[in-house]
Design a protein around this ligand. Structure first.
Ligand code: C5P
Length: 206
């Protein structure tokens, strides 16, 4: 069984994916971490993010065993990931791993931008998680403060708007709900309420 969760930055899809996977005893992959990991290798090796060929090479050789590195979750890495994720060869290089991950029994939850549309078009359940940019900025701001990153709400809101714009309007795998996805707006839901709503939607589908 495959549960596909897509949505914009800081929509809560990661938290939701984690909770659904724990509930069902499934594996969980936050696919944004793959793009963040590619960006991190490039920044560490001082390779320009505009170097498509180098980004492709890094993606092909990516070590996927260190996705739990907390440094991947910083705001700078999200921005850099958004830049290299627009390169089709990078996306292609990361596809096989994601599809393989999705096939493991008894099931898997994958979250990202193109899971329902590109990675797992045959997923059993497809959720598209949204929330207003202001609410997402508020959540991300709190999260970063908790991690000790000094950031301003306004800066984060600007980053989120820019990232939405880039993720939705890119030529390759743009962020959009699959035709058969169910949209869940979490603007007025806390994590628990969002989880319960998603659980109801999943149960109704399987
Ligand atoms: O979800 P997260 O904020 O960690 O993703 C970082 C960036 O990686 C996104 O802004 C997006 O550009 C890219 N991404 C993607 N496809 C995915 C997951 C993330 O293009 N499936």
């Amino acid at each position: 069984m495959i549960i596909a969760i897509d949505g914009p930055a800081a929509s809560g899809k990661g938290t939701l994916g984690k909770r659904l996977s724990e509930h069902f005893g499934f594996a969980h992959l936050d696919t944004g971490l793959l793009y963040r990991a590619v960006a991190r290798v490039m920044l560490d090796q001082e390779i320009a993010l505009t170097d498509r060929d180098a980004a492709h090479e890094v993606a092909l050789n990516l070590d996927v065993t260190h996705l739990d590195d907390p440094r991947l979750r910083g705001a700078q890495m999200g921005e850099a990931a958004s830049m290299i994720s627009g390169y089709q060869p990078v996306r292609d290089a990361l596809l096989a791993f994601q599809r393989q991950f999705a096939e493991q029994p008894p099931g898997a939850v994958l979250d990202g931008r193109d899971i329902g549309t590109v990675v797992c078009p045959h997923a059993d359940v497809k959720l598209f998680i949204t929330a207003t940019p202001e609410e997402r900025a508020r959540r991300r701001h709190l999260e970063l403060l908790k991690r000790g990153e000094q950031t301003e709400y306004e800066t984060i809101l600007g980053d989120i708007r820019r990232r939405d714009e880039r993720d939705m309007n890119r030529a390759t795998a743009p962020l959009k709900p699959a035709a058969d996805a169910i949209t869940l707006d979490t603007t007025r839901l806390d994590a628990e309420a969002a989880f319960q709503a998603a659980l109801d939607l999943v149960k109704a589908k399987v």
